[in-house]
Design a protein around this ligand. Structure first.
Ligand code: C5P
Length: 221
């Protein structure tokens, strides 16, 4: 990252999955290593920003100069994000679980008989990114989302850009080798109202620097 590129700006980044507890031993969660979000937080800090990193359950070291808040569930992530605002830039790189159990079972849910079906009641989690983007008192100059898709990547990314009222969305295809999830490399396409840019497959650390440069560019636009 270019030193000074984000000097004087506060950036809130979310990273990793969220875990939604079903009972004391089981949870629902998305696959996510948190590597991309952590790389973006590290890059923003190198660019001179004050960075708050709200991290779901991941095993990654805290990047230098980054203030880290660990959370487990989507609701906890939402609260930590709102506690970290106001900020200039929000980057939602977390793979937030879309559903959470309607009720947590304090005792372990017993297995059904073989061949029987277990039905779970799930409710939607809050869409943290959409809520953040809708806030008018958070001081945000740029709200950035991620879209991991298996197909129709560009269409879905553009839809999310509009429906969640984002300034920038970073789309990547999942389910292909060398991209997404646990991978150290990724290929991505950035979309903003009126433009797009492709980033060829590269280490996440390098893509994070390119993303921070694009964020700085979009701030000037
Ligand atoms: O709609 P979808 O989940 O694919 O959107 C992905 C983007 O929205 C990511 O930036 C993710 O961090 C954010 N998101 C969120 N809260 C949710 C679901 C997704 O902030 N409950």
């Amino acid at each position: 990252a270019t030193p000074g590129l984000l000097q004087g700006l506060k950036v809130v980044v979310t990273a990793g999955p969220t875990y939604e507890d079903l009972d004391p031993v089981r949870y629902l969660g998305n696959r996510s290593s948190g590597k991309m979000g952590f790389a973006v937080a590290a890059s923003a800090a190198r660019a001179g920003a004050e960075v708050v990193l709200v991290a779901g359950p991941v095993q990654l070291p805290t990047p230098p100069g980054v203030q880290r808040v660990d959370v487990r569930s989507a609701e906890q992530m939402r609260q930590a994000v709102f506690a970290a605002l106001p900020a200039d830039i929000y980057i939602g790189a977390a793979a937030v679980a879309d559903y959470t159990p309607r009720a947590f079972s304090p005792s372990k849910i017993k297995k059904t008989g073989t061949g029987q079906v277990l039905a779970l009641d799930l409710v939607r989690t809050p869409d943290i990114l959409a809520e953040v983007a809708a806030r008018e008192d958070a001081g945000l100059k740029l709200v950035v989302g991620f879209a991991a898709e298996t197909d129709n990547v560009a269409d879905y990314a553009r839809q999310k850009l509009t429906s969640k009222r984002l300034d920038l969305i970073i789309a990547n295809r999942v389910g292909v080798p060398g991209a997404g999830f646990e991978s150290d490399t990724n290929a991505m396409t950035a979309f903003w109202p009126g433009g797009e840019r492709d980033f060829a497959s590269a280490p996440k650390v390098q893509l994070a620097d390119a993303l921070v440069a694009l964020v700085a560019e979009r701030l000037q636009a």
